[in-house]
Write a protein that binds this ligand. Structure first.
Ligand SMILES: [Zn+2]
Length: 246
């Protein structure tokens, strides 16, 4: 927890209930993770609301988020258990059930991180997603090769390079638009444009691995390009709209 953030939160706590809804949420998010500010909150508000020993906002706001968190975790858990049971019933051992479990984690953890954190939540969620994607690839390779005896070792030649290409396009788009302070449409446009070289390189890598002739998928490349131009135009329109409004 950085000091600057704690100071801002304490200023907001000092408003003693006159803060906006957004600030209330920020306080609630922060004191959940920061013990010092939690104590500060209890003491500051406790003096004014002696009948309220538990932080009021904590309860109210946490209920909503707790509900959301629990639904996500429960759904992912159920899906995992069901696929593992089916997997075990069919094969008398766990094989692809592990892959489903890994995929559920890869989706669930970034979503939870996005809900739970406050600052740079998208970046943090994407970082989790990136790390988990590589772990999922490794798990998939292990299960298909060692437990299911399917296919060869594709992880190093194809799996990791291809994942790095697409995730690299994603990150380049996000970081570039953040640095240039443009809106999300430009981010999307840039990512879609970078998907074009990623798609070509993926074709080259897989054809080298499978020893098949290399072909360029002109159809999908054209679609990426059209989608990118569309997103770009929407970004321009959105900026014009913002300028007009201010
Ligand atoms: Zn703090």
């Amino acid at each position: 927890m950085n000091r600057g953030e704690c100071e801002i939160i304490r200023d907001l706590i000092g408003l003693n209930g006159r803060e906006s809804r957004a600030s209330t949420r920020m306080i609630s998010q922060h004191i959940r993770q920061c013990a010092q500010c939690r104590e500060y909150y209890a003491r500051a508000r406790g003096e004014f609301h002696l009948d309220m020993p538990m932080p009021r906002i904590w309860d109210a706001l946490d209920t909503q988020q707790r509900y959301l968190r629990w639904s996500i975790v429960t759904l992912a858990f159920l899906a995992t258990v069901i696929s593992m049971v089916v997997n075990f019933a069919v094969e008398q051992k766990l094989t692809w059930g592990w892959i489903v479990a890994g995929a559920m984690l890869t989706i669930m953890v970034p979503v939870l991180v996005y809900i739970q954190t406050f600052r740079l939540r998208f970046i943090k969620a994407m970082a989790c997603f990136t790390v988990l994607t590589f772990l999922l690839l490794g798990l998939t390779q292990y299960v298909t090769y060692h437990a299911m005896h399917m296919g060869g070792v594709w992880l190093w030649a194809v799996g990791i390079p291809v994942a790095a290409l697409w995730l690299g396009a994603l990150w380049a788009g996000i970081l570039f638009t953040m640095l240039l302070r443009r809106n999300g449409f430009f981010c999307l446009a840039l990512i879609l444009l970078l998907f074009i070289p990623a798609d070509i390189a993926t074709g080259a890598l897989t054809s080298a691995y499978l020893a098949t002739p290399f072909t360029v998928h002109w159809m999908s490349l054209t679609l990426y390009f059209i989608a990118a131009v569309t997103a770009w135009v929407m970004g321009m329109c959105y900026e014009a709209y913002l300028r007009k409004r201010s």
